[in-house]
Design a protein around this ligand. Structure first.
Ligand code: HAM
Length: 423
């Protein structure tokens, strides 16, 4: 026997026992997105490496050290997508979806980042990614978050906090960057090594450092909010007003800068205190420059991605009830005649009762063995068929979750009686 092949670290199997929670999340998410006019699409998992480098930014953690990149057989440099926004814009441009039109789009699927795995941080994880194109005003910024608040409510998650900030325009950020670098340079000795390196490549990222000494310095750093251009200021003020109108609580976090370079103006994160260090379950922002940067016409854009593993974990922590997926009924067949007739009867029942979850025992054995399996399956009722029943064209209906007696019913009434019983 050869050795068992181990799974890749940070890449998880999602097993059937937890899948109902995922399905519940997906189904509610689909419903909410449809209610706001978002249309689903799918984009490839693999794109040219250059797409991510150009969109996310060369000096970001993702591009510098987290991408799964490889050369394919043609010698092309390709990358497993670390996020979906770049691919969505690329697809929008490749298919002429973005020129002079408004689009509300979303996709769902796995993303890949070579991060250090820990609770809530994986190397393969799943996002629901939502993007709106062609809308410049702050109303869409607000509506995206109103939509998310509706989703949290539908899920029964009550502990998320919305944090918001604005990064202004690239021009204001350039100005601000200079001030920030000057400030940190006066305190170089107190800065951790990683932040010192970032000061050269991506100084804004120093603002969300978690190192205690650096955090202290950050508290005293000049804030971008004080150096905003008038238009960005007005945009942010209106965004906040619209959230207040909708009754959505938020906190302005001036140190929220996000780890991807494409953002302009609004950025936001929904965070929780219930999952440990990986506290952001959903994050996004405006990226008005990216479509043009990737070769399109200037097109305002905004979106977010929800980390599905984290939302599922939160659903579990908060005890969100999930729909029952156990079989309704379990069919027991004993004897050669019953085995044949049983399969036919099962099909009749499934056709008559759409939505019925009927599990047929195909493992064999006597009534006792099969009924044991019926009980273990979680079904509420066993349908019992032996050769005697076949001869009289009847079937036994045996309740499994109470002490009620088994009843015998004619085949032609089986669907109606089963439906009534399951009600
Ligand atoms: P992001 O903040 O990099 O943004 O990721 C979005 C969400 O994905 C995070 O809030 C988190 O819930 C989840 N996530 C990220 N990395 C991991 C990981 N290693 N393991 C588990 N979950 C993770 C983006 O990806 C942007 N594309 C969002 C966006 C869309 N901005 C505009 N449009």
């Amino acid at each position: 026997m050869s050795d068992l092949i181990q799974p890749i670290r940070g890449m998880n199997d999602i097993l059937p026992d937890v899948m109902p929670r995922w399905q519940h999340l997906e189904s509610l998410t689909r419903g909410v997105l449809a209610a706001y006019g978002y249309r689903e699409m799918r984009v490839p998992i693999v794109e040219k490496t250059q797409l991510f480098a150009r969109s996310i930014g060369e000096a970001t953690d993702i591009v510098e050290k987290e991408m799964y990149s490889f050369e394919d057989r043609n010698g092309d440099r390709l990358t497993l997508r670390p996020e979906a926004t770049a691919g969505m814009v690329r697809a929008g441009l490749s298919n002429g979806l973005l020129y002079n039109q408004v689009q509300r789009l979303w996709c769902l699927g796995p993303m890949f980042r070579h991060e250090r795995p820990q609770k809530g941080r994986y190397r393969q994880f799943h996002q629901v990614d939502v993007e709106a194109y062609g809308l410049a005003g702050p109303d869409i910024d607000a509506e995206l978050n109103i939509m998310l608040a509706r989703l949290w409510k539908a899920l029964g998650i009550g502990t998320l906090e919305l944090q918001i900030n604005t990064l202004g325009t690239p021009a204001t950020r350039k100005e601000y960057r200079k001030r920030l670098v000057a400030y940190f340079q006066q305190h170089l000795e107190a800065l951790d090594a990683d932040s010192r390196r970032r000061l050269e490549t991506n100084p804004l990222r120093v603002l969300d450092s978690k190192v205690p000494g650096t955090r202290k310095l950050v508290e005293g750093a000049p804030s971008l909010l004080e150096h905003l251009d008038a238009e960005s200021q007005a945009h942010f003020a209106q965004f906040k007003q619209l959230l207040e109108d909708a009754g959505i609580n938020y906190r302005v976090n001036p140190w929220l800068v996000r780890g991807l370079d494409y953002y302009t103006r609004t950025v936001f994160e929904w965070v929780t205190t219930r999952l440990g260090a990986q506290d952001a379950v959903c994050s996004g922002g405006r990226y008005d420059g990216l479509v043009e940067h990737l070769g399109g016409k200037p097109t305002p854009a905004i979106g977010f991605a929800m980390g599905m593993e984290r939302v599922v974990a939160l659903m579990e922590v908060e005890g969100v009830p999930i729909p029952d997926t156990a079989p309704h009924a379990y069919l027991v067949r004993v004897g050669a005649e019953a085995e044949r007739a049983g399969l036919r009867l099962a099909e009749t029942l499934r056709s008559a009762l759409p939505g019925l979850r009927l599990l047929t025992d195909c493992s064999g054995g006597d009534f006792g063995k099969q009924l044991k399996r019926a009980d273990k399956s979680g079904a509420r009722v066993a349908l019992v068929l032996g050769d005697n029943e076949v001869r009289s064209q009847r079937i036994g209906l045996k309740p499994l979750r109470n002490t009620a007696e088994q009843v015998s019913i004619p085949w032609d009434q089986a669907a109606v009686r089963l439906a009534a019983w399951l009600e």
